[in-house]
Design a binder for this molecule. Structure first.
Ligand code: PLP
Length: 429
């Protein structure tokens, strides 16, 4: 396998792009080496510019749940393109996608489409503040909610990968109303509530995905919801990653907890830029033009993106791949655990539906602190051996691997073999 063309493009890209990437996690900063440049993808496979083929477990960090260029999605996009690209006025498909989304989330009567997960979450915070008339929010260490100022503290994803506690350029004033609690630790939330009167919302990834996969323990989410309710605080479920990933609907449904505001993104655009936030009528009626909370977007509800989202969610509903996802993830967990035993490598695997990842540690990973006990150098070795054996993984210990419904039995054999080789490599460095 050679990466000659990728390396050439990387060097060219450095001139006019920042680090030759448009999102930091795409740089291979934490695993070493240069990022791959991708040429195309189809089904479960992705192909780089040197013609190397990989089984894709990145799936653009989640959206491509049906695999790449599913024929129904492809057809819907092509058909829509013929009528124009964007109009600055409403289209029928916005109503259709809104209905699919609201039907899947019982707590959502109305939804507003935006262009990214970041935008969905920052709008949801504004909405929670508008509705409650309060300013403070609680977020959990290791949860990532996009790159808006107020949420770029103790965040996961690229910040965890690059070991950055926050971001430069965020004024103290922008984060002075952000309180940090620990995932799976209700007492850390209670303490903030005791010390602060004006908390508008608690925001959480109902299943952590941006510090690696972290599962809510016992009744954590239920008790969190009760705590919020008792104190007049809104619960915001950031399901940008988990929405439609592990169930048609979200993690809220699986854990039987209904949030006050839900944020979506990734899967709902099927590969095009779509984010969304929604809630019951009483809350959504605060949003302009019905209410006084302003939020707008030139390309929001873009026709091509709506067509892609509708086709993706309709096909997902039809396929109902969620049981299969569980089985596939269980198998991959088995491959990882067996290989770790065979080569005597400390490893913990967390998974939730179609999200899974190994941590190179002995400790149970239940929050950001335990996630960070992972040996990221070992992950780097593992990552490159997986690449050399034809498996494309996120280039970070702290990102979930994603499964698509396009994975075949043959793909699974290749994944098993690659994991064995990669674990052997980890054990000898
Ligand atoms: C990816 C993600 C975001 C940000 O979405 P973008 O589309 O990258 O802006 C927000 N929250 C969660 C939980 C995410 O996984």
């Amino acid at each position: 396998m050679n990466f000659k063309k990728s390396n050439q493009l990387y060097n060219q890209g450095l001139d006019n792009l920042v680090g030759a990437v448009n999102s930091p996690v795409r740089a291979f900063a934490s695993v070493g080496g240069n990022p791959l440049f991708i040429k195309k993808a189809k089904g479960s496979k992705i192909t780089d510019v040197d013609g190397n083929n990989y089984i894709d477990l990145v799936l653009s960090y989640g959206p491509m749940i049906l695999g790449h260029r599913h024929k129904k999605v492809d057809k819907a996009i092509r058909k829509t393109l013929k009528n124009g690209y964007t109009f600055g006025a409403s289209t029928k498909n916005e109503i259709k996608l809104a209905k699919i989304v609201c039907d899947a989330f019982p707590g959502m009567d109305k939804v507003r489409f935006v262009n990214s997960g970041t935008e969905a979450v920052l709008s949801a915070l504004r909405l929670a503040r508008a509705y409650t008339g309060k300013d403070k929010i609680i977020k959990f260490a290791g949860c990532y909610h996009g790159h808006s100022d107020a949420l770029l503290v103790a965040a996961g994803s690229g910040l965890a990968t690059l070991s950055i506690p926050g971001s430069k350029g965020v004024p103290n004033d922008a984060v002075k109303n952000t309180l940090i609690a620990e995932y799976n630790n209700l007492d850390s939330v209670k303490k903030h509530i005791k010390d602060n009167k004006d908390i508008a919302a608690v925001i959480i990834e109902p299943v952590g995905g941006n510090m690696g996969v972290v599962i809510p323990q016992n009744n954590f989410l239920k008790e969190l919801k009760e705590l919020c309710k008792a104190n007049g605080i809104l619960l915001i479920a950031d399901e940008v990653m988990t929405g439609f990933r592990s169930k048609f609907g979200g993690a809220q449904d699986l854990f039987n907890v209904e949030a006050d505001i839900t944020c979506l993104g990734k899967v709902i655009g099927g590969g095009f830029p779509v984010g969304a936030y929604g809630a019951r009528n009483e809350i959504m009626e605060m949003v302009s033009p019905l209410g006084a909370m302003y939020q707008a977007g030139t390309l929001s509800g873009n026709p091509i993106a709506m067509a892609s989202g509708i086709a993706t969610l309709s096909e997902l509903k039809k396929q109902n791949p969620y049981k299969k996802f569980d089985e596939v993830a269980e198998k991959i967990e088995g491959f990882l655990i067996n290989a770790a035993k065979k080569y005597n490598v400390d490893l913990v695997v967390n998974r939730f539906g179609s999200m899974i990842n190994p941590f190179f540690t002995k400790e149970n990973v239940t929050d950001f602190e335990t996630a960070q006990t992972s040996d990221t150098e070992k992950f780097g070795v593992f990552f490159w051996e997986m690449i050399l054996n034809g498996i494309f993984l996120p280039p970070s210990q702290f990102e979930a691997w994603f499964l698509s419904s396009a994975l075949s039995n043959d793909d699974m054999k290749k994944i098993e073999l690659a994991i064995d080789k990669a674990m052997e490599k980890v054990s000898i460095v």
